[in-house]
Design a protein around this ligand. Structure first.
Ligand code: ATP
Length: 194
């Protein structure tokens, strides 16, 4: 069986960019957030549970997940959001376990923003944190998503503080400079795990 390496980082840290470098090195990466977005449409059992929790409007006439409706519905309702997460997170976990079984490489990577928050690092052989200074991360996301400083900052404030994540991570990649440096650090981290 493959060893699982958790890959995480806050908004705009560069974890997806690191994940692509890892794929360039020939290792498979499971993108948890992307998969979550797919399985809310593909997994019938999950669809049923979401509909039971949020009503039929959670899916449109074509049976597609209505992200806008759902976000608005849970926006100011912490309890409902928690219930929704309690449905989605286990489904992603099972989907990941199925995916891992199909992999042939001795190392596989799981990219997720919530590695430490959901204690998923406890199921990993090693954890990698990508981090950068707040201002750099905010600026990168503003450029990428056309968001305001304040919008990015408010997402950041809701995430676990960097200092806590740094303590929990086995390896830390500091993404404060350029992409060449980021790639070098990524390759060194993978090499050290092997
Ligand atoms: P999110 O959690 O918001 O999805 P992320 O952690 O996956 O973010 P990326 O999407 O990888 O972060 O990076 C954020 C943006 O910054 C991207 O547009 C990416 O191309 C850019 N970026 C990342 N690292 C660097 C770097 N070292 N130099 C320049 N641009 C970078």
């Amino acid at each position: 069986t493959s060893k699982i390496i958790g890959l995480t980082g806050g908004i705009g840290s560069g974890k997806t960019t690191v994940a692509k470098f890892i794929e360039d090195c020939g290792f498979p990466v499971y993108y948890s957030d992307d998969r979550a977005k797919e399985i809310v449409n593909d997994n019938d059992d999950l669809k049923l549970k979401i509909t039971e929790l949020l009503g039929n409007e959670a899916y449109d006439q074509n049976g597609l997940y209505n992200r806008k409706f759902v976000s608005e519905k849970v926006f100011n309702d912490k309890e409902l959001l928690q219930k929704l997460n309690e449905i989605i997170h286990p489904a992603v976990r099972i989907d990941f376990e199925d995916w891992v079984k199909k992999q042939k490489k001795y190392l596989v990577f799981k990219e997720t923003a919530l590695l430490f928050e959901l204690k998923l690092h406890l199921q990993c052989y090693r954890s990698i944190l990508v981090t950068a200074e707040d201002n750099i991360r905010i600026k990168r996301v503003m450029d990428r998503d056309r968001k305001t400083y304040r919008e990015v900052q408010s997402v950041m404030e809701k995430q676990l503080p960097e200092k806590d994540k740094i303590k929990l991570a086995d390896c830390v990649i500091y993404n404060n400079t350029n992409l060449d440096d980021l790639k070098d650090q990524t390759e060194k981290v993978i090499f050290d795990i092997e």
